[in-house]
Design a protein around this ligand. Structure first.
Ligand SMILES: C[S@@+](CC[C@H](N)C(=O)[O-])C[C@H]1O[C@@H](n2cnc3c(N)ncnc32)[C@H](O)[C@@H]1O
Length: 287
Protein backbone atom coordinates (compact mmCIF):
# COMPACT_ATOMS: atom_id res chain seq x y z
CA UNK A 1 0.00 0.00 0.00
CA UNK A 2 1.45 3.47 -0.86
CA UNK A 3 2.56 5.55 2.08
CA UNK A 4 -0.10 8.28 2.52
CA UNK A 5 2.60 10.70 3.67
CA UNK A 6 4.42 10.48 0.34
CA UNK A 7 1.53 10.66 -2.12
CA UNK A 8 0.70 14.02 -3.65
CA UNK A 9 -2.86 14.87 -2.52
CA UNK A 10 -4.13 15.84 -5.99
CA UNK A 11 -7.74 15.43 -4.85
CA UNK A 12 -7.22 17.47 -1.68
CA UNK A 13 -7.04 14.05 -0.01
CA UNK A 14 -4.99 15.32 2.88
CA UNK A 15 -4.23 12.89 5.66
CA UNK A 16 -4.47 14.43 9.11
CA UNK A 17 -6.73 17.19 7.69
CA UNK A 18 -8.76 17.43 10.88
CA UNK A 19 -5.70 18.06 13.01
CA UNK A 20 -5.75 21.50 11.31
CA UNK A 21 -9.48 22.12 11.61
CA UNK A 22 -11.72 22.34 14.70
CA UNK A 23 -12.32 18.80 15.97
CA UNK A 24 -15.95 19.03 17.12
CA UNK A 25 -18.73 21.54 16.48
CA UNK A 26 -17.41 22.47 13.05
CA UNK A 27 -18.10 26.21 12.60
CA UNK A 28 -19.37 25.64 9.07
CA UNK A 29 -22.14 23.41 10.39
CA UNK A 30 -22.93 25.97 13.09
CA UNK A 31 -23.82 28.49 10.34
CA UNK A 32 -26.54 26.27 8.88
CA UNK A 33 -30.20 26.29 9.94
CA UNK A 34 -30.38 24.38 13.23
CA UNK A 35 -32.65 21.60 12.01
CA UNK A 36 -31.38 21.28 8.44
CA UNK A 37 -30.23 17.68 8.93
CA UNK A 38 -32.75 16.50 11.51
CA UNK A 39 -34.44 13.31 10.27
CA UNK A 40 -33.00 13.84 6.76
CA UNK A 41 -31.02 11.80 4.23
CA UNK A 42 -27.69 13.51 3.70
CA UNK A 43 -24.75 13.02 1.32
CA UNK A 44 -21.36 14.42 2.38
CA UNK A 45 -19.19 14.55 -0.77
CA UNK A 46 -15.45 14.51 -0.06
CA UNK A 47 -15.94 13.34 3.51
CA UNK A 48 -12.21 12.82 4.17
CA UNK A 49 -11.87 11.12 7.61
CA UNK A 50 -15.57 11.51 8.32
CA UNK A 51 -15.51 14.02 11.17
CA UNK A 52 -18.18 16.31 9.69
CA UNK A 53 -20.18 13.27 8.57
CA UNK A 54 -20.24 11.83 12.09
CA UNK A 55 -21.21 15.19 13.58
CA UNK A 56 -24.21 15.36 11.25
CA UNK A 57 -25.17 11.78 12.11
CA UNK A 58 -24.72 12.07 15.87
CA UNK A 59 -25.24 15.63 17.11
CA UNK A 60 -27.43 16.94 14.29
CA UNK A 61 -29.52 13.76 14.16
CA UNK A 62 -29.77 13.01 10.46
CA UNK A 63 -31.77 9.89 9.67
CA UNK A 64 -29.01 8.67 7.35
CA UNK A 65 -25.69 10.16 6.29
CA UNK A 66 -23.50 8.82 3.52
CA UNK A 67 -19.92 10.05 3.42
CA UNK A 68 -18.18 9.46 0.09
CA UNK A 69 -14.51 10.02 -0.68
CA UNK A 70 -12.25 9.15 -3.59
CA UNK A 71 -9.41 8.05 -1.26
CA UNK A 72 -9.98 4.58 0.19
CA UNK A 73 -7.43 5.06 3.00
CA UNK A 74 -9.41 8.09 4.20
CA UNK A 75 -12.64 6.11 4.01
CA UNK A 76 -11.13 3.42 6.23
CA UNK A 77 -10.09 6.11 8.70
CA UNK A 78 -13.63 7.49 8.57
CA UNK A 79 -15.05 4.11 9.65
CA UNK A 80 -12.48 4.11 12.45
CA UNK A 81 -13.51 7.61 13.49
CA UNK A 82 -17.15 6.52 13.66
CA UNK A 83 -16.14 3.81 16.11
CA UNK A 84 -14.12 6.34 18.13
CA UNK A 85 -17.07 8.77 18.34
CA UNK A 86 -19.33 5.89 19.34
CA UNK A 87 -16.86 4.84 22.06
CA UNK A 88 -17.10 8.31 23.59
CA UNK A 89 -20.88 8.41 23.48
CA UNK A 90 -22.69 8.01 26.82
CA UNK A 91 -25.67 5.70 27.36
CA UNK A 92 -29.20 6.99 26.85
CA UNK A 93 -30.38 8.76 30.00
CA UNK A 94 -32.94 6.85 32.12
CA UNK A 95 -35.55 9.59 31.53
CA UNK A 96 -35.08 9.23 27.77
CA UNK A 97 -35.52 5.47 27.93
CA UNK A 98 -38.74 5.85 29.93
CA UNK A 99 -40.00 8.38 27.39
CA UNK A 100 -39.08 6.09 24.50
CA UNK A 101 -41.00 3.22 26.08
CA UNK A 102 -44.04 5.39 26.79
CA UNK A 103 -43.65 5.43 30.59
CA UNK A 104 -43.38 9.18 30.72
CA UNK A 105 -45.73 11.57 28.97
CA UNK A 106 -43.66 14.75 29.43
CA UNK A 107 -39.94 15.36 28.99
CA UNK A 108 -38.27 15.51 32.39
CA UNK A 109 -36.64 18.69 33.66
CA UNK A 110 -33.18 17.16 33.29
CA UNK A 111 -33.93 16.18 29.69
CA UNK A 112 -35.17 19.69 28.95
CA UNK A 113 -31.92 21.02 30.40
CA UNK A 114 -29.86 18.67 28.25
CA UNK A 115 -31.93 19.57 25.20
CA UNK A 116 -31.27 23.25 25.61
CA UNK A 117 -27.53 22.67 26.02
CA UNK A 118 -27.20 20.73 22.75
CA UNK A 119 -27.47 21.97 19.19
CA UNK A 120 -30.34 19.60 18.32
CA UNK A 121 -32.42 17.48 20.69
CA UNK A 122 -30.72 14.12 20.84
CA UNK A 123 -34.03 12.29 21.06
CA UNK A 124 -35.00 9.20 22.99
CA UNK A 125 -32.46 6.35 23.04
CA UNK A 126 -29.61 8.53 21.75
CA UNK A 127 -26.62 8.81 24.02
CA UNK A 128 -24.79 11.97 25.01
CA UNK A 129 -21.86 12.87 22.71
CA UNK A 130 -18.41 13.18 24.33
CA UNK A 131 -19.57 11.50 27.54
CA UNK A 132 -16.49 9.28 28.01
CA UNK A 133 -13.02 10.86 27.74
CA UNK A 134 -10.97 9.95 24.65
CA UNK A 135 -8.42 8.34 27.00
CA UNK A 136 -10.86 5.46 27.67
CA UNK A 137 -10.77 4.44 24.02
CA UNK A 138 -6.97 4.78 23.91
CA UNK A 139 -6.56 2.63 27.05
CA UNK A 140 -9.24 -0.03 26.53
CA UNK A 141 -9.87 0.05 22.77
CA UNK A 142 -13.09 0.98 20.97
CA UNK A 143 -16.49 -0.16 22.21
CA UNK A 144 -18.27 -2.78 20.10
CA UNK A 145 -21.17 -1.52 18.03
CA UNK A 146 -24.40 -3.22 19.15
CA UNK A 147 -26.79 -5.06 16.89
CA UNK A 148 -29.95 -3.14 15.99
CA UNK A 149 -32.18 -6.24 15.95
CA UNK A 150 -35.23 -5.75 18.17
CA UNK A 151 -34.49 -2.04 18.75
CA UNK A 152 -37.07 -0.14 16.80
CA UNK A 153 -35.70 3.03 15.20
CA UNK A 154 -32.11 2.20 16.20
CA UNK A 155 -30.95 2.06 12.58
CA UNK A 156 -31.81 5.77 12.32
CA UNK A 157 -29.56 6.72 15.23
CA UNK A 158 -25.82 7.03 15.56
CA UNK A 159 -23.69 5.01 14.81
CA UNK A 160 -26.05 2.94 12.64
CA UNK A 161 -27.20 5.93 10.59
CA UNK A 162 -23.80 6.60 9.01
CA UNK A 163 -22.11 4.82 6.10
CA UNK A 164 -18.93 5.56 4.17
CA UNK A 165 -18.19 4.74 0.54
CA UNK A 166 -15.14 5.00 -1.69
CA UNK A 167 -15.88 6.56 -5.09
CA UNK A 168 -14.98 9.43 -7.37
CA UNK A 169 -18.51 10.72 -6.94
CA UNK A 170 -18.32 13.12 -9.92
CA UNK A 171 -17.98 10.20 -12.28
CA UNK A 172 -19.27 7.19 -10.34
CA UNK A 173 -22.73 6.92 -8.76
CA UNK A 174 -23.06 5.03 -5.46
CA UNK A 175 -26.02 2.72 -4.63
CA UNK A 176 -27.42 5.21 -2.05
CA UNK A 177 -27.97 7.85 -4.78
CA UNK A 178 -30.99 5.95 -6.13
CA UNK A 179 -33.03 6.81 -3.01
CA UNK A 180 -32.07 10.52 -3.30
CA UNK A 181 -31.11 12.95 -0.55
CA UNK A 182 -32.64 15.93 1.24
CA UNK A 183 -29.25 17.60 1.69
CA UNK A 184 -25.97 17.34 -0.23
CA UNK A 185 -22.88 18.86 1.35
CA UNK A 186 -19.70 19.85 -0.52
CA UNK A 187 -17.23 21.40 1.90
CA UNK A 188 -13.83 22.40 0.46
CA UNK A 189 -13.98 19.99 -2.45
CA UNK A 190 -15.07 21.98 -5.54
CA UNK A 191 -11.50 23.19 -6.31
CA UNK A 192 -10.25 19.61 -6.50
CA UNK A 193 -13.06 18.51 -8.78
CA UNK A 194 -12.51 21.59 -10.95
CA UNK A 195 -8.74 21.08 -11.24
CA UNK A 196 -9.02 17.33 -11.90
CA UNK A 197 -12.03 17.33 -14.21
CA UNK A 198 -11.85 20.82 -15.74
CA UNK A 199 -14.90 23.03 -16.36
CA UNK A 200 -16.79 19.98 -17.61
CA UNK A 201 -15.96 18.11 -14.38
CA UNK A 202 -17.36 20.80 -12.08
CA UNK A 203 -20.48 21.14 -14.25
CA UNK A 204 -20.97 17.35 -14.14
CA UNK A 205 -20.72 17.55 -10.36
CA UNK A 206 -23.35 20.29 -10.10
CA UNK A 207 -25.71 18.39 -12.43
CA UNK A 208 -25.22 15.19 -10.42
CA UNK A 209 -26.05 17.05 -7.19
CA UNK A 210 -29.24 18.36 -8.81
CA UNK A 211 -30.22 14.86 -9.98
CA UNK A 212 -29.77 13.16 -6.60
CA UNK A 213 -31.60 15.82 -4.57
CA UNK A 214 -35.29 15.54 -3.72
CA UNK A 215 -37.42 18.44 -5.02
CA UNK A 216 -36.87 21.29 -2.57
CA UNK A 217 -33.61 19.67 -1.45
CA UNK A 218 -30.66 21.72 -0.25
CA UNK A 219 -27.14 21.94 -1.64
CA UNK A 220 -24.57 23.34 0.79
CA UNK A 221 -21.42 24.49 -1.01
CA UNK A 222 -18.20 25.81 0.49
CA UNK A 223 -16.19 26.71 -2.64
CA UNK A 224 -12.51 27.54 -2.43
CA UNK A 225 -11.67 30.95 -3.89
CA UNK A 226 -9.83 31.25 -7.25
CA UNK A 227 -6.63 32.62 -5.71
CA UNK A 228 -6.18 29.37 -3.77
CA UNK A 229 -6.01 27.38 -7.04
CA UNK A 230 -2.46 28.60 -7.68
CA UNK A 231 -0.90 26.58 -4.86
CA UNK A 232 -2.81 23.43 -5.88
CA UNK A 233 -1.66 23.81 -9.51
CA UNK A 234 1.97 23.79 -8.40
CA UNK A 235 1.49 20.41 -6.71
CA UNK A 236 1.24 18.38 -9.87
CA UNK A 237 1.98 18.82 -13.60
CA UNK A 238 -1.39 17.38 -14.65
CA UNK A 239 -3.29 19.86 -12.47
CA UNK A 240 -1.12 22.64 -13.84
CA UNK A 241 -1.97 21.66 -17.41
CA UNK A 242 -5.68 21.28 -16.61
CA UNK A 243 -5.73 24.70 -14.94
CA UNK A 244 -4.61 26.39 -18.17
CA UNK A 245 -7.91 25.43 -19.80
CA UNK A 246 -10.26 26.58 -17.02
CA UNK A 247 -12.66 29.30 -18.10
CA UNK A 248 -15.07 29.08 -15.19
CA UNK A 249 -14.29 30.72 -11.85
CA UNK A 250 -15.76 30.00 -8.40
CA UNK A 251 -17.60 33.34 -8.63
CA UNK A 252 -19.56 31.85 -11.57
CA UNK A 253 -20.83 28.87 -9.57
CA UNK A 254 -23.95 30.61 -8.23
CA UNK A 255 -25.12 31.59 -11.73
CA UNK A 256 -24.36 28.12 -13.13
CA UNK A 257 -26.33 26.45 -10.34
CA UNK A 258 -29.29 28.72 -11.09
CA UNK A 259 -29.13 27.69 -14.76
CA UNK A 260 -29.35 24.06 -13.67
CA UNK A 261 -32.46 24.59 -11.51
CA UNK A 262 -31.40 25.90 -8.11
CA UNK A 263 -32.61 29.15 -6.55
CA UNK A 264 -30.24 32.04 -5.82
CA UNK A 265 -27.52 31.48 -3.21
CA UNK A 266 -28.12 32.25 0.42
CA UNK A 267 -24.72 33.40 1.69
CA UNK A 268 -24.38 32.23 5.26
CA UNK A 269 -21.00 33.76 6.01
CA UNK A 270 -17.33 32.83 5.94
CA UNK A 271 -16.26 31.10 9.13
CA UNK A 272 -12.81 29.68 9.79
CA UNK A 273 -9.41 31.26 10.13
CA UNK A 274 -6.60 32.09 7.69
CA UNK A 275 -6.62 29.84 4.62
CA UNK A 276 -9.73 28.05 5.89
CA UNK A 277 -11.86 31.20 5.81
CA UNK A 278 -14.27 30.36 2.97
CA UNK A 279 -17.87 31.24 2.10
CA UNK A 280 -20.62 28.77 2.94
CA UNK A 281 -23.56 29.05 0.51
CA UNK A 282 -26.89 27.32 0.47
CA UNK A 283 -28.91 26.55 -2.69
CA UNK A 284 -32.44 25.13 -2.91
CA UNK A 285 -33.54 22.90 -5.78
CA UNK A 286 -36.54 24.84 -7.05
CA UNK A 287 -37.59 23.15 -10.29
C1 LIG B 1 -9.89 19.31 1.41
S1 LIG B 1 -10.75 17.86 1.80
C2 LIG B 1 -12.24 18.44 2.57
C3 LIG B 1 -12.81 17.46 3.58
C4 LIG B 1 -14.17 17.81 4.14
N1 LIG B 1 -15.19 17.92 3.12
C5 LIG B 1 -14.12 19.06 4.97
O1 LIG B 1 -14.17 20.16 4.42
O2 LIG B 1 -14.03 18.94 6.21
C6 LIG B 1 -11.36 17.34 0.22
C7 LIG B 1 -11.80 15.89 0.20
O3 LIG B 1 -12.53 15.63 -0.99
C8 LIG B 1 -12.16 14.37 -1.51
N2 LIG B 1 -12.47 14.37 -2.95
C9 LIG B 1 -11.91 15.13 -3.92
N3 LIG B 1 -12.46 14.85 -5.11
C10 LIG B 1 -13.40 13.90 -4.90
C11 LIG B 1 -14.31 13.19 -5.75
N4 LIG B 1 -14.33 13.41 -7.06
N5 LIG B 1 -15.14 12.29 -5.19
C12 LIG B 1 -15.10 12.04 -3.87
N6 LIG B 1 -14.25 12.66 -3.02
C13 LIG B 1 -13.41 13.59 -3.51
C14 LIG B 1 -10.68 14.25 -1.16
O4 LIG B 1 -10.22 12.94 -1.17
C15 LIG B 1 -10.64 14.93 0.22
O5 LIG B 1 -10.77 14.01 1.27
Amino acid sequence: MPNPATIVPVYGNYHGYYSKRPSVNDPRLALLPRTLFYGRRVLDVGCNEGWVTCEIAQRLRAKRVIGVDVDDTLVRLAWKHRRFVWSQQGPPHEDDQAEAHGHSSRPSASRKRRRSSQSVDNGPMSGTPDYFPAACEHMFGPLPIPDTTGHEGASDTFPHNVTFRTADWVNTPIPDDAERYHVVLAFSVSKWMHLNGGDEGIMTFFRRVYEVLEPGGIFVLEPQEWDTYAKARRMDPRLKENAKHLKLRPDDFGRLLQDIGFGPATHLGSPGEGGFKRPVDLYTKIR
